[in-house]
Design a protein around this ligand. Structure first.
Ligand code: FNR
Length: 342
């Protein structure tokens, strides 16, 4: 019999899939229109999709974002995701590893990922309450190339067993100072305002994953899991990914995007709005759960074939060049940008 925390990790997978099926219809990136380039003066063969994430070279600008680990079932999913990351040369993040400090057996469910992807770029993941020593321990366990620290106040507040105290900034600074690898601070699907981004920059964080609304929604998921208190008020909480990308513009942050990315065009639009790299969680999980690892691998093949073509169409030799592409914001997104003076 697995612990309550391990069972929660299993439930997250099935509830995230249910959340995807019920809510994936709307793509907030539809409000971002790219201005085409009829004369790209470029060949597809000239395009190089490689990027730098926190000083680490990645062959592709999108990666498999933090999802799971902590139980037997999730260890198997990590093994499958790790193999795909390895085969397709994608970076990959583990789900939160905090369970390894409570349960001796939990470590193996993260090691499956590293064993399947022995030489790839792997990001460890912990909550913002972890001590610097725990952060280093998590990194060392899987020989991680960087650490993601997630900030997830909205999710915690919906969980009966969740945190209620969110004094995080000083601890984040301590982790950044102590660690031997780069630290990326990430949201989990509610986005970050310019103010929050500035606070993180002040705290010494330079890589920030603004993870916005539009895909997996952990307020909805945790609300389904517990019936103690109905917090469905938070079902639409937070900033959409395009909104939070606009918030990050003109800050000094090195921006990573995630939240509702379901196509190569979304990856490109995130790059146009300023993202240096793009994480994908719920959509890849959906492919894996409903159609299996071979199907997910085929989808990634398609993305890797399409991305260089989209960059060519926009006259961009590198992903980084997307920042020069002109765009128009439609409807609500334009109103948002106006009112926020972004
Ligand atoms: C997540 N996410 C997540 N994030 C994190 O930092 N630590 C974690 O442990 C988890 N766990 C987790 C489990 C599952 C099943 C999913 C689908 C997602 C959040 C994830 O990394 C991402 O920020 C959001 O899901 C938004 O991206 P998508 O899902 O809309 O692509």
């Amino acid at each position: 019999m697995e612990s309550q925390q391990a069972q929660r990790k299993n439930e997250h997978l099935s509830l995230a899939e249910k959340d995807y099926q019920l809510n994936h219809q709307h793509d907030f990136f539809n409000d971002v229109q790219l201005i085409p380039n009829a004369l790209p003066e470029l060949a597809v063969a000239d395009v190089d999709c490689a990027i730098q994430l926190a000083g680490i070279k990645l062959d592709w600008p999108f990666y498999i974002e933090a999802m799971t680990g902590g139980s037997k079932q999730t260890g198997k999913v990590n093994q499958q995701l790790g193999k795909i990351a390895n085969d397709k040369h994608l970076a990959i993040a583990t789900g939160s590893m905090s369970i390894i400090f409570k349960e001796r057996d939990a470590a193996s469910s993260f090691l499956t990922l590293r064993e399947a992807d022995p030489h790839g770029v792997v990001l460890a993941n912990l909550g913002a309450h972890a001590t610097p020593a725990q952060a280093q321990q998590a990194v060392d366990l899987i020989d991680a190339d960087a650490l993601e620290i997630h900030v997830n106040a909205a999710q915690e507040l919906v969980m009966p067993e969740g945190a209620r105290d969110f004094h995080w900034l000083d601890n984040i600074t301590r982790i950044v100072d102590a660690l031997t690898v780069p630290v990326i601070v990430k949201e989990v699907g509610f986005g970050m305002s310019r103010h929050s981004i500035e606070q993180l920059l002040q705290a010494g964080v330079s890589w920030i994953n603004i993870s916005g609304r539009g895909g997996t929604n952990f307020a909805r998921i945790e609300n389904r899991r517990n019936h103690e208190l109905d917090l469905s008020d938070l079902d639409n909480w937070g900033l959409t990914t395009p909104e939070t990308l606009l918030e990050a513009q003109k800050t000094a942050a090195q921006v990573v995007a995630s939240g509702g990315i379901t196509s190569p065009l979304d990856v490109v639009k995130a790059g146009v709005l300023g993202a240096q790299a793009v994480g994908v969680a719920g959509f890849f999980l959906h492919q894996l759960i409903t159609a299996g690892p071979e199907k997910l691998a085929t989808v990634i093949d398609q993305w890797q074939a399409e991305l260089p073509r989209l960059l060519t169409l926009l006259g961009c030799q590198k992903f980084h060049d997307l920042k020069q592409v002109d765009y128009v914001l439609h409807q609500q997104l334009w109103e948002y940008a106006q009112q926020r003076r972004l």
